[in-house]
Structure formats: C-alpha cells, structure tokens
Design a binder for this molecule. Structure first.
Ligand code: CTP
Ligand code: MG
Length: 212
C-alpha cells in the first residue's frame, strides 16, 4: 500500500505566543523534525504552512498554504495529494513521534481499519467542572473508557477525503470518521510524543532531544 503524509504547520501558536513549529530544535526546526519523522512511512510529505511563511519547506516535497482552522489546513494538504492508499496526518508541533509509532498506525490501517490513532491511558482522576466566577466540580468521570490521543493518525485516503468533504471542523481528523461510524482503532501512544503547545513544552522537548 502506498503512503503519503500531510504535516500541518499552519497554526498561529496563540497559546505559545509564537509560531512554535518554526523554532529551532537541534540543527533544524520543530517542523523539519516532524517532516523527517513522517518520511519513515511516507514516500511523499506535504507541509501545510501559514500564508506568511517564507522558509524553504522544512524538507517536505510539496508545500501548500493552510486555512484558518486545523481541519481546513488538513483539507488543503489532502487537495494536493495523489491517489495513494493511506495518508498519515501529523502535527508539525509533535517533533518526537518515533518511527515505531508511524509504523504502528499505518499497520493498523493495513490490517483493515479506516483510521488509527495513538492513544494514552489517563492516570489522573478526571472531573467534570462548571466554569463561572469560580470553577465548581460537578462530578468524577469514569476514566477507564477514556484516553487522550495524539498524532500521527493514519487513514485510508478515500475515507478521510469523504469525511472532510462536508467541510466539518474537529480538533483531529479521526473525529470526522467517528461521526460517520467508520472503524477507528487506537494503538499505544508515546508519553514523549509531546505537542509543543506552551513554552514549557519546548523546554521539555529540547531536554529529551539532548538526552537521546
Ligand atoms: N494547525 C494548522 N492550521 C491551523 C491550526 C493549526 O496547520 N489553522 C496545526 C498547527 O500548526 C499544529 C497542529 O495543527 O502543528 C496542532 O495545532 P495546535 O497545537 O493547536 O497549534 P496552534 O493552532 O498553532 O496553536 P494555538 O491553538 O495555541 O493557536
Ligand atoms: Mg490550535
């Protein structure tokens, strides 16, 4: 089965306070590390960038401009893909996903799923809250059926294209397939596959790179 990747790097980095994906990590950038990681499964890597981007592509084969939301940016990436069997969608802001994780999600799609996502068990107690002037704890939620999910996420390209056809919005791509009742499976995620969201995350990622 042929595999391509879409690495989304068109976010504004509002919580970080900068376009974190283009900050340096070792010899290159966070986005370049994410593109390089995706190469372990993908013959073609598409990088989706902000319209203000003036770099030289972070090592990707194709560079396209993204949209106002993550889902829109993914659609811009899907638009330029050829007809491969499987697409892996990855956040540029997750530079530490390992080749084993890319292979695991692709393998799950090869095995018959429409989509596959890396998932982590929740170890903290989970509570529902109501926010007003104070934050009131409403109840404790059963965590045994909950996981948190990461990228890379792998999909049959035809299924993901159909799921995105409506122009729907979600914080990840798997959500759009779940809404259609498609089979999305979870594979074990990686605790070190940190998404750089706030500056402290980048400190941790740089520490992990130095330790490796
Ligand atoms: N992303 C994108 N296009 C958007 C929004 C997000 O390509 N319109 C990408 C980001 O560049 C990032 C990934 O989606 O690689 C995950 O998004 P997130 O971590 O939320 O990054 P930002 O949206 O940039 O950050 P924030 O939400 O704090 O503004
Ligand atoms: Mg965002």
């Amino acid at each position: 089965m042929s595999v391509s990747a879409v690495v989304v790097a068109a976010g504004r980095g509002e919580r970080f306070g900068a376009q974190k994906q283009f900050l340096t990590l070792g010899e290159s950038t966070i986005a370049a590390a994410s593109v390089a990681a995706a190469r372990c499964v993908a013959d073609t890597v598409v990088l989706v960038v902000p319209d203000t981007y003036s770099g030289s592509g972070e090592g990707a084969d194709i560079v396209v401009t993204g949209g106002a939301t993550r889902s829109s940016s993914v659609r811009h990436g899907l638009d330029v893909l050829g007809d491969v069997d499987v697409v892996v969608v990855h956040d540029a802001a997750r530079p530490l996903a390992t080749p084993a994780l890319f292979h695991a999600v692709v393998r799950a799609v090869h095995a018959g799923a429409a989509g596959a996502v890396p998932a982590l068990e929740i170890t903290d107690t989970v509570k529902r809250v109501q926010r007003s002037d104070i934050t009131r704890v409403v109840e404790t939620v059963d965590r045994t059926t909950l996981v948190t999910v990461q990228t890379p996420q792998a999909f049959r390209l035809s299924e993901l294209r159909e799921a995105h056809h409506s122009g729907a919005e979600a914080t990840d791509d798997a959500a759009l397939l779940e809404l259609r009742g498609a089979l999305v499976v979870a594979v074990p995620g990686e605790p070190t596959n940190i998404k750089v969201t706030v500056p402290e995350d980048l400190v941790r990622v740089r520490e992990l790179v130095k330790e490796s």
